[in-house]
Design a protein around this ligand. Sequence first.
Ligand code: SF4
Ligand code: SF4
Length: 519
Amino acid sequence: MKIWLDPALLLYEYAISNQGGHPTSEPDCPVDCPKDDGPDDRAPELGRIDMHSIFPIALTEVDRYYLHTRTFIRPQALHVQACGEDLWLACNPSESGKVVLMDAEAHALLESFRTPKTLRDAIAGSSICSSSVEQGVELFTVAGFLQEPTQPALPPALEQAQTLAVWFHITNACNLRCHYCYVDKTTEHMADDTAKQAVDAIIRSASRHGYRHVKLKYAGGEAALRLPQIIAVHDYALEQTRQHGLELSASILSNGTILSVRAIQQLKERQIGIMISLDGIGAHHDQQRPLLNGKGSFALIDRTITRLLAHDLVPYINVTVTQRNLDELPGLMAYILQRDLPFGLSYYRDNACSTHLTNLQYRDAQMIEGMRAVFAYIAEHLPRRRLLSSLVDKADTNGPYQYACGVGRNYFAVDQRGGIAKCQMAITQTLTTIQADDPLRVVREEQDGVQGLPVDEKEGCRSCQWRYWCRGGCPMQTYRMTGRSDIKSPNCAIYKALFPEALRLEALRLLKYELPVVC
Ligand code: SF4
Ligand code: SF4
């Protein structure tokens, strides 16, 4: 009996349980910003682990007693799909994105638990040797694929996140004219005193609401146009957060055209993460991200990425997927995978500035077909790194989570004048300013416009098997297209079509890089 699984995730789970539970902060908004500032999945970078070094799992006497005295059942939410010849993958989308690949014997053992049974029953009903059945059951229980029948299927907690994330719109100017951009650009920058007052306001709200961590996303416009100001405000934020007992992390969202070596060194010294937007190779990128003078920007970005890698600063690549660049994405994937860059695929979101460009918006079938071509390319060039959370728009399989992002709860955008909006995509719709005593309270109490609702409250999502990974998609996009926050994403059909295919890629990755546990 053979079972493949990602040992890093198993160890991660172990570490989490020893720290008292899953992280409670939901992922970042991936629209023009990474889901994470570093690697695209939250499991620790443990390098290659030989599964045999941690398996059979060293169970305590208590664990062993539990295993031998309880009745188990395969949970309703477990997703099992055929994956090639005589192989199956299993995962529980109501839990973390742990994917297990198994052969026919292991699959039969798992399926035998469709009705409740004990380990003794499973051994009696199987033609496999008892020690193999025992090890298989042990592994399935650790992976969460077998549970006690009385164990309630609890939704993820609606706990207070630990992080207040803020979009810091340091400038409204940009040297590019990306066709899908939602920013109505001007030459206006954030003044130095406004930037400091913005930091003070963020810290006031963070302290007032009991956050432990503040995350700043330096953005625009093109944030790198104001690199000295970013460095100054970041140093001020570091000093102030320290004084208030808060942790600080930050990233810069850049178009990647003007980052000098000096700028890279300054960012690296301060551990400021970097996200670069890249939509294709050469002309395929240039067609939707031209410079202000109409010339292409790809060559400049390629130079920056090379520079960043030479300085051991690995950028997160954000790809905006539109109808225009869909067909060329396998070429971009080759570029990204050859350089082993973390990435995310963000589907274009219609906005007031770009809505007249009809060839950006995609139809469901186009997106599904385009993504299938991307997945086919990845299948042939599988990287060692886990990709599951990079593949389906803003879905995050590290959950389970109730919220797609922090909009209306743990997040706001500060514009270049110190105005405060719920989300960068509504940055002109300011609700208050940095002069407010507690800007986050104003954002939370605002009943108009987009609302951040748990996925369990969204029509169409409540019984969806993917809901704690998908979480209903970008609330702003849904609100813009439907006028509602309590309804499933307009991209729903795309997500449902692609989740099984993304899982298949993860299973293929396990098959390629992990040795099976042989029970
Ligand atoms: S938007 Fe669709 S795929 Fe996503 S949680 Fe809702 S029903 Fe499921
Ligand atoms: S609502 Fe705003 S913050 Fe949330 S995912 Fe959408 S664009 Fe990002």
